[in-house]
Design a protein around this ligand. Structure first.
Ligand SMILES: [Ca+2]
Length: 109
């Protein structure tokens, strides 16, 4: 310790408990994004999905936020960690769920 100069911005939020409805919904969204079922969402898959379903967000910027280790793919762990982080910033379960549901529903057509 001490020698490493590259201080990762990656912080884990495993201590944050997510409501099981959120986990369920986040899991569904992850599966939808993961088109080839590889258990990781590539940048191409993610941006394609978000550009279609989340018109309001900057897909590229959002991807970089969720891709904590910057390897151009999102694992389920990173995805869930992202939601934990959102919660740790003071959003309630209901707020998050509403946000995720709305985004999810808006693509059903
Ligand atoms: Ca990653």
């Amino acid at each position: 310790m001490g020698a490493s100069k590259s201080k990762s911005k990656h912080e884990t939020f495993h201590h944050v408990e997510l409501n099981e409805d959120i986990v369920k919904l986040a899991t569904e969204i992850f599966k939808e994004m993961d088109e080839d079922g590889s258990d990781t969402v590539t940048k191409i898959e993610a941006i394609k999905y978000w550009a279609t379903n989340y018109a309001k967000i900057n897909a590229d910027e959002f991807f970089n936020t969720v891709d904590l280790n910057n390897d151009d793919s999102i694992t389920f762990e990173e995805w869930i960690d992202f939601w934990r982080e959102v919660k740790s910033k003071g959003h309630s379960d209901d707020e998050i769920l509403e946000e995720v549901s709305l985004s999810n529903l808006s693509c059903k057509d």
